[in-house]
Design a protein around this ligand. Structure first.
Ligand code: 5RP
Length: 229
């Protein structure tokens, strides 16, 4: 007998995107993140579009996908709270602390996550790490502060570079820039997030410790593993 072909990363993303449907509360508005894994969730959510009021989205890209499927998108200011927020991660550790922002949507992601009672992280198993820090840490910054902030990271042992798109600094949905910081050790995610948030010119740091995951649906070779924090 031949061994089954391992699932591709794309198939794992589809699996967790579909598995996240069980956390969507009928009759409510769902918080929707950004990224290739969330895109699978959005596709799956179309099958429930008549059972939900709609979504609050964390990016222009996700808004466009939701609307194209006929799912109404509400402004975050129109809701007081959300039962659930579903989003991916670039890294997630054993406490549900995450690094996010690989898709440059970290600020709106953190805002929508803060509205939600429950953060359901959907990820393939490559995202599960023993400690945060291998993935370059995204930090959304006010452009005039970028060099100053880069020097502060250098003093901590980090190497910060401005994220480019088509040879120019990438401009986020909020009109700001992204620094990607390599070489940092994030040993205390809660303290780290609080500290960096205080720096003038930092809009959002991509460590999600105060808005950590409540549950992670991890796509593995043997299926979806549910990790509750
Ligand atoms: C976007 C994010 C994404 O959640 C993160 O980058 C994971 O993306 P993907 O599902 O494509 O791997 O934080 O800002």
């Amino acid at each position: 007998m031949t061994a089954p072909t391992p699932l591709t990363q794309d198939e794992l993303k589809t699996l967790v995107g579909q598995a996240a449907l069980q956390y969507v509360v009928p009759g409510e508005i769902v918080g929707v993140g950004t990224g290739s894994t969330v895109n699978k969730f959005i596709e799956a959510l179309a099958s429930m579009k008549n059972e939900i009021k709609g979504a609050v989205s964390s990016s222009v890209a996700s808004t466009e996908r939701l609307q194209a499927l006929g799912i109404p998108v509400f402004d975050a200011n129109e809701v007081e709270s959300l039962a659930v927020y579903i989003d991916g991660a670039d890294e997630i550790d054993g406490n549900g602390y995450m690094v996010k922002g690989g898709g440059a949507a970290l600020t709106r992601e953190k805002i929508v996550a803060a509205l939600a009672q429950r953060f359901v992280c959907i990820a393939d198993e490559s995202k599960l790490v023993p400690a945060l820090g291998a993935f370059p840490l995204p930090v959304e910054v006010i452009p005039m502060a970028a060099r100053h902030i880069a020097r502060r990271f250098k003093a901590m042992g980090g190497d910060a570079t401005i994220r480019l798109k088509d040879g120019q600094p990438l401009v986020t949905d909020n009109g700001q820039h992204i620094l990607d910081v390599r070489g940092l050790q994030v040993t205390d995610p809660l303290a780290f997030e609080s500290a960096i948030n205080q720096w003038p010119g930092v809009v959002t740091v991509g460590v999600f410790a105060h808005q950590k995951a409540s549950v992670c649906l991890l796509g593995t070779a043997t299926g979806v593993k549910t990790i509750a924090y």
